[in-house]
Ligand binder design. Structure first.
Ligand code: NAP
Length: 463
């Protein structure tokens, strides 16, 4: 009997599809094929690889609506956000289709006239990726696009909750002529597939987006075969509203960064730090905006906040809210839930908490839900200390119109991505990634292709 993964609609609990789990042998076979395909794909010239990746992007755009609906069905995010994710995904394809043609080496002046020094870049080999459910195609795109552009072959295991849109996304690559063994997906439980990837002598790189706990395990396991790693892990983003901020803009942008994907993104603002002199004004404006957000099935028009992906995620959010309330937090809006354990759907209404303190769980753990805890500060130094007081270092946001405060914050915040008066800094043309427990390496921008390349140094003597 073949094992299957049941894919359900998190908004209704209804079954969407069944996906076969591959056996260990089948996954190893796919790795073998990817390894062999590398011998030919890496020799295809960069302009042809670029053309194929651009064609893939165009094909995905042709099917944007269908792909977006599929994504909403399995992930729950509002349809407009799913459409946005398809655009974001093809941005990566477009960007790296161009970067394929810009993989430059260099020459270095030698310290003797009889030598010449040349540095070249070459693709690393077969890349194995593991992706999460919160951005089913975008997290694939930003790994697959630079890998293929560099001349690597690629194999990915999508998250068990949301394999369908990612699989379809890769089918489109095949439809435009990218060979089947150059980009493949395999299905299985994360731990089992992860171990096959890290035990394989053919896999030269592991690229992962997901939780810090799993990332750590993959780093450990990859040490056996000395595989390269890129790790995009958890976050706990602070959002600072300084005394001189444009409060209206800060409130609007906080809505955007806090509630996207029902708060289930690694760069969602998780701790809202507001200067005491603008606390009341900010809170009032922010709460007024939160009250406008519609909760429901992402396929329905006008819905802003979809369901929570599963019971585990829901329980974590509820326990953080309960913990905060038990320690003195005041609920300004939300703290309402709609769930059906039997049917398997879970909604959390957007929640704003006031009088939050550092004793509360929500100030230390990633929430991954639509909850905004507000804490006040007196000085910008205090805000920095609060903001940096976490093992994570992915994204941070601040709102100020004073360039001195802005520069101070930019220089002192220990985060890989910083939004200054900007709640949406992610872009295919910029480096995305975290410091500390948030990961290793960057995806996007000119930095995002380097991890798929080896550097080879040639010294020619006797001239
Ligand atoms: P997760 O449990 O780490 O799962 C992510 C992926 O890893 C899934 O494909 C999962 O497969 C697989 N997996 C699970 N256990 C594994 C193991 N032992 N070895 C190898 N693979 C394993 O993360 P999640 O809870 O679904 O996703 C949310 C987390 O991702 C959050 O912490 C969030 O911050 C982080 N995230 C980070 C970024 C970023 O760019 N930094 C972006 C998005 C999300 P199964 O589905 O089969 O279990």
């Amino acid at each position: 009997m073949v094992d299957v993964i049941q894919v359900t609609n998190p908004a209704t609990g209804e079954r969407v599809a069944e996906v076969n789990i591959q056996s260990d042998e089948e996954i190893k076979e796919a790795i073998n094929r990817g390894h062999h395909a590398f011998q030919t794909w890496s020799k295809i010239d960069a302009h042809e690889r670029s053309r194929l990746i651009r064609a893939w992007s165009a094909k995905v755009q042709e099917h944007k609506e269908e792909l977006a609906k599929l994504m909403t069905l399995e992930n729950g995010k509002p349809l407009n956000e799913a459409r946005g994710e398809i655009d974001y995904s093809t941005d990566y394809l477009d960007w790296y289709a161009e970067e394929a043609k810009r993989i430059y080496g260099r020459t270095i002046p030698a310290n003797t006239g009889t030598k010449r020094i040349i540095v070249t870049k070459e693709p690393i080999g077969l890349v194995a990726a593991i992706t999460p459910w919160n951005f089913p195609t975008a997290m694939m795109a930003r790994k697959a696009a630079p890998a293929l552009a560099a001349g690597c072959t690629f194999i990915v295991k999508p998250a068990s909750e949301t394999p369908l849109s990612g699989m379809k996304f890769i089918d489109y690559a095949h439809e435009v002529g990218i060979p089947k063994d150059v980009i493949q997906y395999v299905m299985g439980q994360g731990k089992a597939v992860g171990e096959i990837f890290t035990e394989s002598e053919f896999v030269r790189k592991i690229t992962f987006t997901g939780s810090t706990a799993v990332g750590k395990q993959l780093i450990k396991n990859s040490s056996d075969k000395i595989q390269h790693v890129t790790m995009e892990l958890g976050g706990h983003a602070p959002l600072i509203v300084a005394e001189d901020a444009d409060v209206e803009m800060a409130a609007q942008q906080t809505i955007a960064t806090k509630f996207r994907n029902a708060g289930q993104t690694c760069v969602c603002a998780n701790r809202i730090l507001v200067h005491e002199n603008v606390l009341e004004e900010f809170t009032e404006k922010f709460v007024a905006e939160v009250k406008k957000l519609e909760v429901g099935n992402g396929l329905e028009e006008g819905v802003d906040i979809g369901p929570i992906i599963n019971e585990k995620g829901y329980n974590k959010i509820v326990s953080q809210i309960e913990d905060a309330i038990s320690k003195g937090a005041e609920v300004l809006v939300g703290s309402q839930f709609q769930s059906d354990m039997e049917k398997g759907y879970f909604f959390v209404y957007p929640t704003v908490l006031k009088n939050v303190t550092t004793e509360m769980m929500i100030m230390h753990e990633e929430t991954f839900g639509p909850v905004a805890p507000i804490i006040s500060f007196k000085t910008i130094e205090e805000a920095v200390e609060l903001a940096n007081g976490t093992p994570y270092g992915l994204a941070a946001y601040f709102f100020t119109n004073d360039y001195r405060v802005g520069h101070y914050l930019h220089e002192h915040l220990k985060f890989g991505i910083i939004g200054w008066n900007d709640g949406g800094p992610s872009a295919a043309h910029a480096p995305f990634g975290g410091m500390k427990a948030s990961g290793l390496g960057r995806e996007g921008g000119i930095e995002g292709i380097e991890p798929y390349l080896e550097t080879k140094y040639l010294s020619i003597g006797g001239l």
